[in-house]
Write a protein that binds this ligand. Structure first.
Ligand code: 0A1
Ligand code: ZN
Length: 892
């Protein structure tokens, strides 16, 4: 590795703290320009650790005084540390008074203002931007918090836990005092002060306790909180029913804020949400928004146990809480989906997301294990690997020990570790100990390689049928290519769920050599060696294997199946995930063949007829049809190639789309007619699936009208415009608008203008307006030119993360064909925006820097041009640690 300028923090260097902070009494005199913070901490030495100075974190703070047991004490400041050399041996009270400047805080970490209110964001290391502290997750304290502020401007004053008292003060000010009885790490602290209103709901849990649920938002947004409240109640019910985990506070508050770096934050009893993850009404939010809100509300609520009651010892263990909580929110969404088919749709969407974001991460410059070994800036490690791959790892525990075994493991985990800050190893041990003799417990050390080895394992599967012996021998082999800092990998424990199908699609009984009888029609093989053979006996006919059902492990599978075999799976597989997978593989094979050969893509009748059959199938759900007929994403296609030409990939996908649109035209018409009226809006899986399919069909019909210059082209363009104009909900409206914009129809401009005029008062909808244009299908550089124009739009601002994401990230991350230009203008744009953003908000800039993770795989001229842009950024002397780390890794 090249010598870098960032300082790495290493997991192996972990040391327990020299002091514990047992309780803290905080008081805030809130003022946007200068807020006064007084902190009184009860501190004791950690006798298990050698003596050292008391060393507190603090960033961008102005210290006013430091007292120990009421006496002033000498201290020194060294960078972002405050050191007290002569701390007493016995327990003591440390009082620190300091100020900070919330309105200048554009990084949105620590205490900041948004829309005239105060909010905090303390994960991972924001608390040190509020006051001096041992700002590390293994220091857990009981917090009492007093807030004082102008009553007219900030009528609502909130912090964690329970309200102890509130009242009036002089000069139009008032106060509120909060107490959280649960010891917590500083990253879970929160306060909110502002002019907010709340939707409230009283609930009684199964355990018979009463709770008050509140969702706080700005005046005018109250009617958009019903879905979030319903989601919160559903999450509470589910966590009690599935894992026996009840709410432990009398009051549970959720607050929306428009300026927020991420989706939401699980502060104890006071979750803070990006409004984009909270507010929804049928007129302003799409089905995708409704489902995202449901899962984020659940995610934050589930953290109360997995993250808050049991937290992380250090930030390397981030996936302990994040992987587990994503797994829990995914399970919740599946359970909410009700029908088996709707469950499969959830799973497919999660896997699509994993493949689009985590797989590229795992093979790029930022590849890191689920439990990273080092970081310069922890904010850079809130990644798809820690979250989504982490969730897949938790899912594999469940697959290996069964659902009941996993629940027993969770029970043991809480019995052992409630109130503690622990590690991924502690979690693994609890699940294994609750399931002695299981496929997990007998392979625990090898299984834990999922935490230590980066990279997506490849699994190669080949089967041989012996007609005479009636045996089917399946050989599974695994390998994992090198990742940065990890040359050689050891075999991982890979659960492979499978079934075998006869040529007519019938499921075959599964009996392994050595077994006395068949064990059902589906089972889980455990691959834990570099190569293993599994011999099935009494196999009546040559089977088609359906491997990795439900995506039972986060691997890249090469099963060598022919088109004919994939068609059998597409039609008959009992596993809906693998039916969908077959549809994707059929498309992928064709697109890859075209890209690799450099020849124009020509879809064959076999594929087109298979897709027609899916579209016309009376027994398949609309949601499934939409997923099967949507082509693989360009990022996932790129993942399959050693050298990536983004324009060639885009051209192949575009050609496939045009041909699918033309060949199935009559079926698209029938599909649109059958699904375009879903009645009164409800975000349930059946009607949202129908809306998704209608939108896909409409997109195809508009595309086809333009591409084929059909005589009746105006009909579908006109119908799309009319549907846009008359839509009864945002899903239909945005779908029709997208059809016009992606089809580069003349009516797109007037529609966009009308949309903007109609929703100009609603920032979340205006975000959609920007994003739709920046993500539009590129055609001759028009999209890129439009984005540059939109940078000057009066509604655009780099300061609001949602807005920056809607325009800049949409182009650079989600529109490869518009971004990767032969003239390098996309890369120049990226570097300019990255540097501007870094001066405002390093955390969000760090995300944007990630766009170049995979530059080394680009074909020329993209590769050289990308390198030049990255180097230009690297030469900037005052880059944030966040961006510097990403850029240095890209250049390593
Ligand atoms: N823990 C939150 C995500 C989160 C992480 C960091 C943040 O700011 C630096 C904000 C939120 C979650 O998993 O939902
Ligand atoms: Zn989380």
């Amino acid at each position: 590795m090249r010598e870098g300028t960032v300082t790495l923090i290493r997991r192996e260097d972990y040391l327990a703290p020299a002091f514990w902070i047992r309780s803290v009494d905080l008081s805030f005199d809130l003022d946007p320009a200068k807020t006064l913070v007084t902190s009184k901490m009860r501190i004791e030495r950690n006798t298990a650790v050698a003596h050292g100075p008391l060393c507190l974190h603090g960033e961008e703070l102005n210290v006013l005084r430091v007292l120990i047991d009421g006496e002033s004490v000498s201290f020194r400041q060294d960078g972002d540390l405050l050191l007290i050399d002569k701390a007493p041996d016995a327990d003591f009270l440390l009082e620190i008074r300091n100020t900070c400047a919330p309105e200048k805080n554009t990084a949105l970490s620590g205490l900041y203002t948004s829309g005239g209110s105060f909010f905090t964001q303390c994960e991972a290391e924001g608390f040190r931007r509020i006051t001096f502290f041992l700002d590390r997750p293994d220091v857990m304290a009981v917090y009492t918090v007093t807030l004082r502020a102008d009553k007219a401007k900030y009528p609502v004053l909130l912090s964690n836990g329970n309200l102890l008292e509130s009242g009036e003060l002089d000069n139009g000010r008032h106060f509120a005092k909060w107490h959280d009885p649960f010891p917590k790490p500083s990253y879970l602290f929160a306060l909110v002060a502002g002019d907010l209103v709340a939707r409230e709901q009283k609930v009684r849990t199964r355990a018979g306790r009463d709770h008050l649920l509140q969702v706080f938002v700005r005046r005018g947004d109250l009617e958009k909180t019903e879905h979030a409240m319903n989601s919160l109640i559903a999450s509470m019910v589910w966590d009690e029913a599935r894992f026996n985990l009840p709410l432990d506070l009398e009051r549970f508050m959720v607050v929306g804020v428009s300026d927020f770096n991420m989706g939401a934050m699980e502060n104890k009893g006071l979750n803070i949400f990006n409004t984009s993850a909270l507010l929804a009404s049928p007129a302003t939010a799409t089905d995708a928004d409704f489902s995202r809100i449901e899962s984020i509300v659940a995610h934050e609520y589930f953290h109360n146990w997995t993250g808050n009651r049991v937290t992380c010892r250090d930030w390397f263990q981030l996936s302990l809480k994040e992987g587990l909580t994503v797994f829990r929110d995914q399970e919740f969404s599946m359970d909410m989906a009700a029908t088996p088919s709707a469950r499969a749709v959830c799973r497919i969407q999660d896997v699509r997301q994993l493949r689009a974001t985590q797989f590229p991460e795992d093979s790029g410059a930022m590849a890191h294990p689920v439990r990273p070994d080092s970081y310069a800036e922890i904010n850079n490690f809130y990644t798809a690997t820690v979250y989504e791959k982490g969730s897949e790892v938790v899912r594999m525990y469940q697959t290996l020990v069964g659902r009941a075994g996993f629940e027993a493991g969770m029970k043991l985990y809480f019995e052992r570790h409630d109130g503690q800050a622990v590690t991924c190893d502690d979690f693994a041990q609890a699940i294994a100990d609750a399931n002695p003799g299981s496929a997990l417990a007998t392979r625990l050390e090898a299984f834990k390689r999922w935490y230590s080895q980066a990279g997506t394992p490849r699994v190669r599967a080949r089967g041989v049928y012996d007609e005479l012996a009636r045996t089917y021998t399946l050989t599974l082999a695994q390998s994992n290519p090198a990742s940065p800092g990890q040359e050689h990998k050891l075999p991982q424990v890979i659960p492979v769920a499978l079934g075998l199908l006869g040529a007519e699609g019938q499921a075959l009984p599964l009996q392994l050599q050595g077994e006395t009888e068949a064990a059902g029609l589906e089972r889980v093989l455990v691959l834990d060696q570099a190569e293993q053979r599994f011999v099935f006996i009494n196999v009546a006919v040559a089977p088609v294997p359906s491997l990795l059902r439900g995506f039972s492990a986060p691997v890249l599978l090469d099963d060598g199946l022919s088109d004919a075999e994939l068609l059998v799976l597409l039609q008959h597989d009992a596993d809906a995930f693998n039916r969908w997978e077959a549809s994707q593989r059929l498309a992928l094979n064709r697109i890859l063949a075209a890209v690799r050969s450099g020849q124009a893509l020509q879809l064959d009748t076999a594929y087109l007829e298979a897709m027609r059959a899916v579209l016309k199938h009376a027994g398949l759900d609309a949601a499934f049809k939409e997923l099967a007929l949507t082509l693989p994403g360009e990022a996932y296609i790129a993942e399959q190639l050693e050298v990536v030409d983004p324009q060639a990939i885009h051209a192949a996908v575009e050609a496939a789309q045009i041909q699918l649109a033309a060949a199935l035209r009559e079926d698209w018409i029938a599909t649109f007619e059958a699904n375009s009226h879903t009645g009164a809006y409800s975000p349930d899986p059946v009607s949202s699936g129908r809306r998704a399919l209608a939108n896909l069909a409409l997109g195809m019909l508009v595309l086809d009208a333009k591409a084929q210059s059909r005589a009746d082209a105006g009909v579908w363009l006109g119908r799309a415009y009319q549907r846009f104009k008359d839509a009864g909900n945002m899903t239909d409206r945005l779908g029709a608008l997208a059809a016009l914009v992606n089809g580069h129809a003349e009516l797109a401009e007037p529609a966009l203008a009308k949309f903007h005029a109609q929703f100009k008062g609603d920032p979340l909808v205006i975000d959609k307006w920007f994003a739709l244009q920046a993500r539009a299908a590129e055609q001759g550089g028009r999209v890129f030119a439009k984005v540059r124009q939109l940078l000057q739009h009066p509604d655009f601002s780099l300061k609001n993360p949602n807005r920056a994401r809607s325009l800049i990230f949409s182009l650079c991350m989600f529109n490869p064909a518009a971004f990767h230009r032969a003239d390098a203008a996309g890369y120049v744009f990226w570097a300019d925006q990255l540097l501007a953003l870094d001066a405002i908000n390093p955390q969000v800039a760090g995300r944007l820097a990630r766009v170049m993770d995979r530059w080394t795989t680009l074909a020329e001229p993209y590769r050289s041009a990308a390198l030049e842009a990255i180097r230009r950024v690297a030469t900037k002397p005052d880059l944030s640690n966040d961006v510097r780390e990403i850029i240095e890794r890209a250049l390593a």
